[in-house]
Ligand binder design. Structure first.
Ligand SMILES: Cc1ncc(COP(=O)(O)OP(=O)(O)O)c(N)n1
Ligand SMILES: Cc1nc(C(=O)O)sc1CCOP(=O)(O)O
Ligand SMILES: [Mg+2]
Length: 371
């Protein structure tokens, strides 16, 4: 039973013979105490989560604007942390301090840390909104607004992360159907791959969905970007980082409306006009090719290294040379000006995808070590 003391007396043993007068809380007061404890715990939770996000914005991204946004939200939350709510705290009596989930003890990547903490903040704000209604209706309203601000922050931060990783990625693996699809991809991720596209032109949708989900999960664990070829719906269904479209696919403006500004859109280009069009339409990256004729894309004439050189001089967004590129000719493509390449067979048919990934990356990193 929750009790309280009055008459300035204390109920613990340190009272040393002083008569202790203890009066039980009324049921209403007990409930109020519980509500206060919930509010106190969740105000702490929201602030801690915001601080974790803020540290990444500040030290990881050097992004003063995002860091300031976190700080402002943290201070807004703090305003509600009144002495009466703090006074309700009873850490030793809280059974929740012992409860942890194995997933909380291990995080695979910065992305996982950020996502877990955004979830934590959003949950805490939701709890504050609901229980806040029993405390102060203005607090409930303020927490609701803050929750929406956190959603916006999450979306711009995750979009920022995606763009940063895209710019840093030099090797892009585009998959082909394979019996050991997941193993091959994981081997490449172990070799340092940071950008993957799921491409299967023939599978039925249920298999596509299943494989896309598994690949998305794998990329999440390794902190790599996951892109879906051709299909905006599939990309959204598996919460991919973006979609890759061809010149014959859905118009970029329509795709952008569907995927939003924070997800990536890539577009294949084979000539200067397509490149300029892609940049004007606001895609995030382009494919430049096919550099060499390739059985993976039968019937598409090679553009040769001239288009690669043109891209090197004129393309203002990340671009990936693609088509027939392997360990034997990658240096010719690099010499023509490529800093990034995309491959299918070189990795999907490699006996040791980890080693080939490492080799291709070592050649790409030779030119300008830090992109
Ligand atoms: C990185 C990258 N570049 C080009 C393509 C080819 O896309 P598209 O022209 O739409 O042809 P399909 O791949 O759909 O056959 C790509 N997928 N990725
Ligand atoms: C899927 C694709 N698109 C291309 C383009 O130029 O648009 S070339 C290509 C296939 C690349 O496969 P590989 O590395 O096995 O040659
Ligand atoms: Mg396509």
């Amino acid at each position: 039973m929750v009790t309280r003391t009055y008459d300035n007396s204390h109920s613990d043993e340190s009272t040393n013979g002083v008569v202790v007068m203890v009066e039980p809380y009324s049921q209403k007061e007990q409930i109020q105490q519980v509500v206060y404890r919930i509010l106190d715990a969740n105000l702490d939770r929201a602030r801690e989560g915001l601080r974790i996000i803020e540290e990444w914005c500040r030290f990881g991204l050097n992004n003063a604007q995002l860091a300031l946004e976190c700080k402002r939200l943290r201070q807004d939350v703090a305003k509600w942390h009144t002495p009466e709510l703090r006074a309700a705290r009873d850490t030793p009596g809280d059974p929740g301090t012992e409860l942890t989930h194995p997933q909380e003890e291990q995080r695979a990547s910065i992305k996982s840390v950020l996502q877990a903490n955004f979830c934590r903040i959003e949950e805490a704000l939701r709890v504050l909104e609901e229980y806040g209604k029993l405390y102060h209706p203005t607090m409930a309203k303020a927490c609701k607004q803050m929750r929406y601000q956190v959603y916006t922050l999450e979306s711009s931060l995750m979009g920022h992360q995606r763009h940063q990783l895209l710019w840093r990625s030099r090797l892009y693996l585009v998959t082909s159907p394979h019996e050991t699809l997941l193993n091959n991809v994981e081997a490449a991720l172990k070799g340092g791959l940071t950008l993957l596209q799921y491409r299967d032109k023939t599978a039925d949708d249920s298999l596509r969905l299943e494989q896309a989900r598994k690949l998305q999960h794998l990329c999440h664990i390794y902190g790599a970007l996951f892109i879906v070829n051709d299909r905006v719906d599939l990309a959204l269904a598996v919460d991919a980082d973006g979609v890759h479209l061809g010149q014959q696919d859905m118009p970029i403006a329509v795709a952008r409306q569907l995927v939003g500004s924070q997800r990536l859109i890539g577009l294949s280009t084979t000539n200067k006009e397509e490149m300029q069009g892609a940049i004007a339409e606001g895609v995030d990256y382009i494919g430049v090719g096919p550099v060499y004729e390739t059985p993976t894309k039968v019937g598409k004439a090679a553009t040769g290294l001239e288009y690669v050189s043109y891209a090197a001089k004129n393309c203002s967004i990340p671009w990936f040379a693609i088509g027939g590129i392997d360990a034997n000719n990658i240096n010719d493509v690099i010499d023509a000006g490529a800093e990034r390449v995309a491959v299918v067979r070189s990795l999907m048919q490699a006996e040791q995808p980890t080693l080939v990934t490492q080799y291709l990356l070592s050649q790409l990193n030779r030119i300008k070590p830090e992109l």
